[in-house]
Design a protein around this ligand. Structure first.
Ligand code: PLP
Length: 493
């Protein structure tokens, strides 16, 4: 399997090179050059998470040897997850919750970021160079900590995280500022997530930055990297398989997935699973008040000319959903089309896709968005009726599922991707179910724990006592010079 740029099919690389570089040199994203082979049902029904991962990744990353994949999978999906299923599936009255937050930082990003460092170092080993891989990553909250945790003290790597100074939760900020490891750096940027993401993308192509790199290779841990995307395809298969095993459906029956969406990575992984033969009927794209994707799916016009809102679901406070570029490529099979949309987006802040392409996209994807009040109501109602706690991102998706079911009457099972532990957003979640919310987030976690009779994840409980290691704040426009300096520091002979 070769990967090519969404913007130019003549830029063609192996999966290892795609993982190492993150972004193609023309600024495009890597996509498979050929149609994906189908995964046979015996390759995912009644299999462990790890075995399904092996079978899925053997297809998507087929330049890696079986052994390399096996080593990476067993190093990633081990006892650092507090569920032997890795991704358990829970029944609620109206559907199913796919719990993606049992990893070390209690966020779904752990699924990909526990394995990415291993995929990178296997790719690096093959190249046999003595470079340092400098990971640059923008985060709207959860990616940052998951990447810091995954890369801490991994040989030949150094990681720098950029987060919006006022755009992440108190707990998310603490999680990053207290990170361990001698190869990690955490920087707050005065700006929003899109500013951070633009900064990282620009840095990857900046002459000043590249000239500062001696024996340093820049890569990214953002969801634009196929090493992030490919591992996310796995849990669509494992959760489908669970519904077959528990008798809810028969093998081959269709299901819907509802995905709380920001950068469009998670839902795109579902789209790849469908291409690989998983019986997916609909992918329901759930947004918060920043509903640029809902509007795109309804009208065919993607436009960033709109207010930006800070919400209770900060990982979805995004106006430029990078992975949508991959969908544009897949649906047009035309690299010049994706390139021209991205050019228009950059110059004019919007683009419109042709009617027939929109129709095809809408035959798979539906979009719904949820305001803050409805999100709160979903959290409260589910807790009051079923004693189940969900975080605000999951609540946005849960609401979208209800809207979808109301609008269409569709009765087939819906699996909601539950992307964060409610404890990561303890104060907001508590405020939905109780009128008294302590100022201190740790007191809020404690209260949430006694009300719900569930345990505070260890990685969150310990934050209270860890020293803060990182205080750096930079202006948005100083990003490139900051990164240039950091690359100089990491450079060596
Ligand atoms: C990152 C994240 C999302 C959005 O996922 P994308 O792949 O960016 O669409 C949703 N919920 C949580 C909790 C996240 O951390």
């Amino acid at each position: 399997m070769r990967y090519q740029s969404t913007r130019n099919h003549s830029i063609s690389v192996t999966p290892q090179e795609a993982v190492l570089h993150g972004l193609a040199e023309d600024g495009g994203l890597f996509v498979p050059s050929e149609p994906l082979p189908l995964l046979k049902s015996e390759d995912y029904l009644n299999k462990s998470y790890q075995d399904t991962a092996q079978n899925v990744l053997s297809i998507l990353l087929d330049g890696y040897s079986k052994d390399e994949l096996h080593r990476s999978i067993t190093s990633a999906y081990d006892t650092r997850f507090n569920s032997t299923d890795i991704v358990p599936l829970t029944k609620v009255s109206d559907g199913w919750l796919m719990e993606l937050w049992h990893g070390p930082t209690s966020a779904f990003k752990d699924i990909a970021l526990t394995i990415l460092p291993h995929l990178l170092s296997e790719a690096y080993g093959e190249k046999g160079r003595d470079d340092t891989i400098a990971i640059l990553t923008a985060t709207s909250g959860d990616t940052g900590k998951a990447a810091l945790s995954g890369f801490a003290d991994v040989p030949h790597t150094a990681i720098t995280i950029f987060y919006p100074s006022d755009g992440v939760s108190e707990i998310q900020k603490l999680q990053m500022q207290t990170s361990r490891g001698n190869n990690v750096m955490v920087v707050a940027v005065r700006g929003n997530f899109d500013d951070c993401q633009r900064m990282v993308k620009e840095a990857c192509r900046s002459k000043a930055v590249l000239n500062a790199c001696h024996h340093v290779t820049i890569s990214s841990a953002n969801s634009i990297n196929i090493g992030r995307l490919a591992p996310q395809v796995v849990y669509y298969f494992t959760s489908y398989s669970k519904l077959v095993s528990n008798g809810t459906i028969q093998a081959g029956d269709p299901v819907n997935f509802v995905v709380p969406t920001g950068n469009f990575g998670d839902i795109l992984a579902g789209y790849l699973a469908k291409q690989m033969g998983l019986p997916v009927k609909r992918l329901i794209c759930a947004s918060n008040s920043n509903h640029v994707l809902t509007d795109f799916l309804n009208t065919g016009t993607y436009s960033v000319h709109r207010p930006f809102h800070l919400t209770m679901s900060p990982s979805m406070d995004i106006l430029i959903s990078s992975n949508l570029e991959r969908l544009l490529y897949f649906e047009s099979k035309d690299d010049s089309f994706a390139a021209s949309c991205m050019e228009q987006l950059k110059n004019e802040g919007s683009y419109t896709i042709p009617e027939d392409m929109l129709k095809n996209i809408r035959s798979i994807f539906s979009g719904y968005w949820t305001d803050e009040e409805s999100c709160r109501k979903e959290i409260r109602t589910l807790f009051e009726n079923e004693h189940v706690l969900i975080d605000p991102h999951t609540a946005v998706a849960y609401h979208a599922m209800h809207e979808y079911q109301k609008e269409t009457g569709d009765q087939i099972p819906c699996i909601v991707l539950s992307t964060a532990s409610p404890y990561k957003f303890a104060k907001d979640v508590l405020s939905c179910i109780s009128s008294q919310v302590p100022e201190d987030p740790f007191a809020a976690m404690q209260k949430l724990s006694s009300l719900s009779n569930t345990e505070i994840p260890a990685g969150l409980a310990e934050l209270k006592d860890l020293p803060i290691r990182f205080h750096t704040v930079i202006e948005n426009q100083d990003g490139i010079s900051f990164i240039t300096k950091r690359m100089e520091e990491l450079s060596h002979d």
